[in-house]
Design a protein around this ligand. Sequence first.
Ligand code: KG4
Ligand code: ZN
Length: 339
Amino acid sequence: MKILAIESSCDETAASVVENGKVCSNIIFSQTEHNKYGGVIPEIASRAHLRSISSVVTEALAKAGCDLNELQAIAVTVAPGLSGSLLVGANFAKGLALRLNIPVIPINHIEGHLFSGFIASSTLEFPFISLVVSGGHTSLFYVNSFSEYSILGSTRDDAAGEAFDKTAKMLGLGYPGGPLMDKIAVSGNPNYYQFPRALNSNDSLVFSYSGLKTSVRVFLQKEFPNGVPEDKFPDICASIQEAIIEPLIKKSLYAVKKCSVNHLVVAGGVSANSRLRKRLLNEAKKIHIIIPDLEYCIDNAAMIGFLAEKKMSVKDFYQNMELNFTVNSSSLRASKKEN
Ligand code: KG4
Ligand code: ZN
């Protein structure tokens, strides 16, 4: 079965063709209009999605060698995300589906990240722990099946990606700050400065990053009131990065131990962080760590199409499907309970 998937929840316009669990194309267009503002501007994002969605979809179909008439369904992200951005993808999907007379499968963005480990690894098995860590989310999940999972712990304030982006902005690095900080940190000493690790006790699965943000602001005002000299950037970036990733590593490994599982999946934009990847692979040799390739870590439509195909393989799925769905900026899924 060939599925076209569309993702437009934030500032990436993405489309993919997925067939029988195989990704045939994965096109991601990252909006650069937001860089000068140091963060995503919702109105600009939805207008940029409108400008690019048609060509991104056309490119995904062409790269997969797929004709519109071969499609059996269209999957689209409907929550969570920016309402205006979600609406562009959802309405495009509905319009095209109406024209082709095929179903639209509404997919939750976080669930897409949650199961993206299957795109990266054919040996991934349930149950597993999944750390979803992005600009808007930092949560640990216990995943039992494609329809059963629970949240073990989340951030009580900022997401890890937000901590990267906001502290990078304080340093004048631009947006998005995560990849920029990652690059500069490579030549720095991660233990040069000590920034706080909140809720760092051995058995907590809850994250918090707002204190780190304040601590970096106070540090910069006190130590470098006239601006940070060029040669200090690597040590500062490496030290901030360490304060962000250390709780991610520690709590993920604790969750793996607590739930007695062998597989840990790390997904979402921050899982692209080179130091996080390196430390996890070095420190957890006895478990299987699955971190998808970069194009499946950041926001992408392949993960949306992959999950839609799984959902469609469930008996009676069509009977349970609401075709008049709308977008939702904040929900994960009503049926999933937080522990
Ligand atoms: O999953 P994603 O593409 O979009 C959201 O759903 O938020 O994640 C974007 C986030 C941004 O905060 C960005 O700074 C962060 O992922 N990010 C990184 C890296 N690449 C992207 N953070 C740290 N290191 C990176 N290499
Ligand atoms: Zn995401």
